[in-house]
Design a protein around this ligand. Structure first.
Ligand SMILES: Nc1nnc(SCC(=O)Nc2ccc(S(N)(=O)=O)cc2)s1
Ligand SMILES: [Zn+2]
Length: 233
């Protein structure tokens, strides 16, 4: 009986998304010995609005929080003189604890990875337009490791049981400051890269914080069980 092997992972993305064959594809392994020092880059500065309604969506993999157009600003660091605005933030978790981050550091994976996705409002008129431009997006990456409970993240994790299936969405108005999702030490690695999932557009300036942020084992478990249930191929 002929065996049909259905490959749905990154290896087949190039067939439908030519960008995936590009020269600046993410994620990457950060080889710390090869990272150059920051030199004279200006400080990275951010400001997020706290008291506005947000919605948590199940896009079919992990979960995503939409900022619904409320004001915010990310500037400085590797972003030149452009100002970026937070569009959405989401997570990547593994199917097994201890793996699941997209970026690795010296070959080491973390239990998860949070992405805060911003777009260049100085140059473009919409997220979708910016998402197709080489300097259109800036994503802050936060590595997650098991440790103490993360109270700010818990405002989302506790809502996961209500969005078990693809397309489910729940809106909440509890005040939340995305800045509280970032590590205390703001040292980071940065490189020109791409969206890590289709269409893999090479439009992302990646800014990955060096210091992992701790989440509790229970929060990982909730994401894992949610991930397994909510995950669509
Ligand atoms: N040209 C376009 N690409 N993507 C869109 S809208 C969908 C979208 O936001 N995709 C997206 C995919 C991956 C990432 S990630 N994991 O942060 O690199 C962020 C965002 S329009
Ligand atoms: Zn992501």
């Amino acid at each position: 009986v002929p065996v049909v092997i259905l490959i749905v992972g990154p290896a087949t993305w190039v067939e439908k998304f030519p960008e995936a064959r590009g020269t600046r594809q993410s994620p990457v392994d950060i080889v710390t010995s090869r990272a150059s020092s920051g030199g004279s880059a200006p400080p990275l500065v951010w400001r997020y609005s706290v008291n506005h309604p947000r919605s948590v969506v199940n896009p079919g993999y992990c979960w995503r929080v939409d900022e619904n157009g409320y004001d915010s600003e990310l500037r400085g660091g590797p972003l030149g003189s452009d100002v970026y605005k937070l569009q959405q933030w989401h997570c990547h978790w593994g199917s097994v604890n201890g793996e699941g981050s997209e970026h690795t550091v010296d070959g080491r994976a973390f239990s998860g990875e949070l992405h805060l996705v911003h777009w260049n409002t100085s140059k473009y008129n919409s997220f979708t337009e910016a998402a197709g431009q080489p300097d259109g997006l800036a994503v802050l990456g936060v590595l997650l490791m098991v440790g103490s409970k993360h109270d700010e993240l818990d405002k989302v994790v506790r809502l996961l049981p209500y969005i078990q299936h693809k397309g489910d969405k729940v809106t909440f108005s509890e005040p939340l400051n995305p800045a509280n999702l970032l590590p205390k030490r703001i040292a980071y690695w940065t490189y020109p890269g791409s969206l890590t999932t289709p269409p893999c557009t090479e439009s992302v300036t990646w800014i990955l914080f060096k210091e992992p942020v701790q989440v509790s084992a229970e929060q990982v478990r909730l994401n894992l069980c949610y991930y397994v249930n909510g995950k669509n191929v």
